[in-house]
Ligand binder design. Sequence first.
Ligand SMILES: [Zn+2]
Length: 476
Amino acid sequence: MTMLSVVVAAALMPMPRSVEMRGGTVAATGEVRIVESRDAAIAAEGYRIEIDGSGVKVFASGAAGFFRARTTLGQLAEDGRWPCCRIEDAPTFQWRGLMLDEGRHFFGKETVKALLDQMAEYKLNVFHWHLTEDQGWRLAVDRFPELVEYGAVRPESPAHGCTGAPWDYRGNGVRYGPYFYTAADVREILAYAKERFISVVPEVEMPGHVRALLAAHPEFACRGGLPRTPRTMNDIEEDVLCAGNDAAIRFLEQVYDEVCALFPGAYIHIGGDECPKKRWKECPKCQARIKALGLKDEDALQAWLTRHFTDYLAKKGRRAIGWDEVLAGDPGVETVVHCWREAKYGIAAAEKGHGVVVSSLASTYFSVPQGVKDDPFDYLGPNRRCSLATAYSFNPLDGMTDAAKARVLGAECCMWSECVWNEYDLAWKLWPRACAFAEAVWTAPAAPRDFEGFKRRMDVQRCCLIAAGVNCAPVE
Ligand SMILES: [Zn+2]
């Protein structure tokens, strides 16, 4: 490599599969012709770039590949010139996701669009939009306006400097909301994502994490007397949807009808995590359902519910995806499993025959500190760590047999927002770790890992992010 090529390649993120520098440069201006040609042999989103004295040739099998190639060309240009080179590239995983929780804190349309720009820059292609939580319901549903009337506003939030868990709760006394997205907002964001070849997976949680729903419809809880407001504390909520109440199930079907009408993507996330069974154990309706269906226990009741909504969505041509707790009680392999706790749950799901998306509490949860010096932000788990090196070494296929690997659709990094108050806080926690994740799911695990090289390229990208107003944390 010439000195110049070293400098130029230093901006590439994620690193393409193969970069061959050929010496010399051409002007990266309007005078240089970029010729795009179809090549059906190239994988979806993959591309080939050839730059020489005669100009720039780009090959791809479809529009997504040409789009990813243009992103690479943007990163390749330096001082108005491109290096003569040949790049061959294609993603390892088809599902390279980023999840944003807008239930705990709401960021709004402009922050989401900026995030979609950042995702596109690093070739992430699935925006998992966590829209409903105990602490807030953020999606207007035409047929049920009370969902945002009661669910999108809460009397206060946990104060700065505490985790907000029941044993550490101090409220800030500041009303939060109403904050939610209208159908028009959603359409605008979907169009923005589509232009960037990013698909959107909405998440409407059940049967746990529904306190904001229960604020609007307390009759769908197992017990009476719930306040008409979402939860303000963090940690796990014990009041969940009553699985023995037919009206509650019909209601959710109608909510999913609207979600499906609004979101055109193939996948609908139905949550399924952290559903304590305490209320179900005490509830006559839930117990009657268990008896009537001959179910073994409350886990089997959740599995019955998961199967019900998986089938319901399948009739509409959609696939249901749920967090790995849905595996308890064996819901059937049609439900895609989103592993998050430990790799063993993803491995078990894949071996059973489920499609699997892999997240990792240890390696892709960016709501915990990355361990940089002088970190000014609050965290839900202040003593936990997910360092940049840990994020970079993430491999969704770790510990899997070849048969199990074949069922892995891809992976996601997650941003839970209990302690994320605004876009500056959000950006600090996401970057640079989301770049490490992006490279781990685009180039790796087949390519050799070079963390030092990654960090050098990340220094360049951090300057780009900061120039674009993104509060990227230091690369340490
Ligand atoms: Zn019940």
